[in-house]
Design a protein around this ligand. Structure first.
Ligand code: MSP
Length: 633
């Protein structure tokens, strides 16, 4: 039976951090769990590579969008390999095969009458590539807070308004479609409040999938991105997806727009969407713009990928926000993994080695693990991972208690051998069950314990259907014993992780195209207001201008900045402006720079201009009239 699940495809304008890893790890866990349930699961993830943000990040990095996205997409893929995640398809939106699927989705919607051409006027945030509905000119972008700009353009529109009733019927008839409940309620209110048609193409962006025969239209990033869920498995008979796993901030796109696009196209809808909460660090959502990021790699290096997985799944209630901290990570590891599971494994195996020459004795087992197996299946099926793990750990606790009560070290001395056999068999059999149950969450460690138990069938072949307590084979020779979760000294480990974190962050900044010095300076680069006020910025009027002989770039000007005599200023703007362009123009001058000689001419100030990645400078100016000499601050 098929089970197709997806993670969001991640934007490539940030390097991967544990927020991205969180979703992808849970997807990997679910894949492993579904396999144990007897499905043949397929997991896809990928990279969202189009749009202004990416174009801009590439420019900043001095790379073409293609070069840039190749590098970051490869970094995401490397992360998932490093963490040992079982990804079947990594789909990139720049894959030409994907572009065909997007075009096809569009054609289907158009053919069915759900697409029309219209004019869009509205507020737009160029940083987030976000069209901000219901905003007035100058209103801030809800995402980044920067002022929005008013734009008017011809777009293709999707008749989202036609889907209000159909969507409400979908949520109504299929309560499991969107989980958890809070998200479902939010979406229902949103849809009930009325749906406006949605612009699904853009004409002011070059870095996107072109709409065939409709140049300069390119597809809106979300119309493009959502279609990866289909393009990733094109021709494989996997669609519809059984589960889209997402973070809570992108619910609307998945639970409103996406089903509407699919209904319009006459395609099947995904079966289920689950939106989890945010991973917070230092009480805030971890994100690049907030600068409070933790990476997975240092944690994996110091504590292992399973330690991170366990922490994320045990400590955070899936669906709610949860906090990450290094202290809590190490604390969980030591109390639950080193002292809990690790200790049960090593004491059980060591006694079998010591008292029974490393051979599993004959049973029976006194421990019915069936109720735990059922509880774990139900909890994982309901996305209640921490609850499932709690059940497993209660079993571990119960086995520990059983061992203490039976006191095998005493039994070895003075009890009939069957009694010790029974104790050891019971503990080992329960360890086998526990190991199988934790394997979706702790795949690497579970494999190790499995091998130490001397199991010969691979753990990946275990199915719940046939996982029964009391079936450990007597006479089986255990493997070599080694601590799976050695205790970790918190202070040391945290210092190591923090040091590695700095290294990885620097590496990733280089990958994002920042020069080393720039990256190093990034943190302390914020300046107090007093520093800014030291800069004397003035409105100036260009009186004369002439190109400097022997230079293609330099322009010599005299500029009135409200002082008794005009200043001589030399600036590298001759390729962008002629002398005639400049004379009589109001400009912004940095008036208190130390004088500097350029081609033998002393320049007494600097003219302020924007420059885009080696492009031509663009002079700063004013829309309103403003007196010469006015100070900017
Ligand atoms: N590209 C879109 C998604 C398109 S899906 C068709 C996008 N990308 S993203 O890079 O911003 O990734 C968002 C997803 O990454 C979240 O929905 C979530 O799954 C994961 N997370 C990123 N930061 C996270 C946290 N701090 N906490 C939890 N999950 C986080 O949106």
């Amino acid at each position: 039976m098929k089970y197709y699940l997806t993670t969001p495809i991640y934007y490539v304008n940030a390097a991967p951090h544990i927020g991205h890893a969180y979703t992808t790890i849970v997807a990997d866990l679910l894949k492993r769990f579904k396999r144990m349930e007897g499905y043949e699961p397929v997991l896809t993830t990928g990279s969202d590579e189009h749009g202004v943000n990416v174009e801009r990040s590439a420019q900043r990095a001095g790379k073409t969008p293609k070069e840039f996205t190749d590098a970051i997409a490869a970094e995401f893929e490397r992360q998932w390999q490093m963490l040992g995640l079982q990804i079947d398809h990594f789909q990139r939106t720049t894959n030409p095969q994907h572009a065909r699927v997007v075009q096809d989705l569009f054609e289907r919607c158009r053919k069915n009458g759900y697409v029309y051409k219209g004019s869009y006027t509205g507020q737009y945030c160029i940083f987030d590539n976000l069209y901000v509905n219901d905003a007035k000119p100058g209103d801030p972008c809800p995402d980044c807070g920067r002022p929005t700009e008013t734009i008017t353009e011809e777009n293709f529109f999707f008749k989202l308004s036609a889907f209000q009733e159909k969507l409400l019927a979908l949520y109504e008839s299929n309560p499991g479609f969107l989980q958890p409940e809070t998200r479902r309620n939010e979406v229902i209110s949103f849809v009930k409040a009325g749906l406006k048609d949605l612009s699904i193409t853009r004409t002011n962006i070059k870095w996107g999938i072109p709409v065939e025969g409709e140049s300069p239209h390119v597809f809106y990033v979300w119309f493009d991105a959502l279609a990866t869920y289909m393009s990733a498995v094109e021709g494989e008979g996997q669609w519809p997806a059984d589960l889209h796993l997402i973070g809570k901030e992108i619910v609307r796109f998945h639970a409103v727009y996406w089903p509407a696009f699919l209904m319009a196209a006459g395609l099947e809808l995904p079966k289920q969407i689950f939106a989890h909460g945010w991973l917070l660090f230092e009480n805030d959502k971890m994100s690049k713009s907030r600068g409070n990021i933790v990476r997975a790699e240092p944690i994996k290096e110091v504590m292992g990928a399973d330690a991170l997985r366990y922490f994320l799944l045990r400590e955070v209630v899936f669906g709610q926000d949860g906090s990450f901290s290094y202290d809590a990570l190490v604390g969980r590891y030591n109390s639950d993994l080193a002292n809990g599971l690790g200790n049960l494994a090593s004491r059980t195996l060591t006694m079998i080695k010591q008292y029974r020459g490393g051979l599993i004795p004959a049973g029976p087992s006194r421990f019915d693990s069936e109720p735990t197996i059922q509880k774990v299946r139900e909890a994982f099926d309901a996305f209640e991972f921490s609850k499932g793990l709690e059940s497993i750990w209660s079993l571990i606790g119960a086995v520990d208690k059983y061992i203490v009560t039976r006191a095998p070290w005493k039994q070895a001395k003075d009890a009939p051998p069957e009694q010790l056999d029974e104790t050891l068999y019971t503990a080992a059999d329960a360890l086998r069950i526990v190991t199988a149950l934790v394997s979706p969450v702790l795949p690497q460690s579970a494999d190790k314990i499995w091998a130490q138990l001397g199991m010969t069938d691979p753990l990946s072949s275990v199915r719940f259907e046939t996982l029964k307590w009391g079936e450990l084979r007597p006479g089986q020779a255990i493997g070599e014993i080694a601590a799976v979760f050695p205790r970790i000294e918190a202070k040391d480990a945290i210092a190591k992780m923090r040091a590695l974190e700095e290294k990885v962050t620097a590496e990733q900044q280089l990958l994002m195209g920042k020069k080393a010095e720039e990256a190093a300076a990034e943190g302390p680069a914020k300046i107090p207001i007093d520093d800014f006020l030291k800069v004397d910025l003035r409105v100036g009027l260009v009186l004369t201008a002439e190109p400097v002989k022997g230079s293609t770039k330099l322009m010599q000007m005299t500029v009135d900045i409200g002082e008794p005599a005009p200043r001589t200023i030399v600036a590298g703007i001759a390729e962008a402006y002629t002398a005639a362009d400049l004379v009589n123009r109001k400009v912004v001058i940095v008036a208190n720079l130390q004088p500097r000689k350029l081609k033998g001419i002393e320049s007494n100030g600097m003219i302020v201009a924007a420059s885009v990645n080696d492009g031509k400078p663009v002079l700063a100016g004013f829309h309103e009239d403003i007196p010469v000499g006015a100070r900017l601050k």
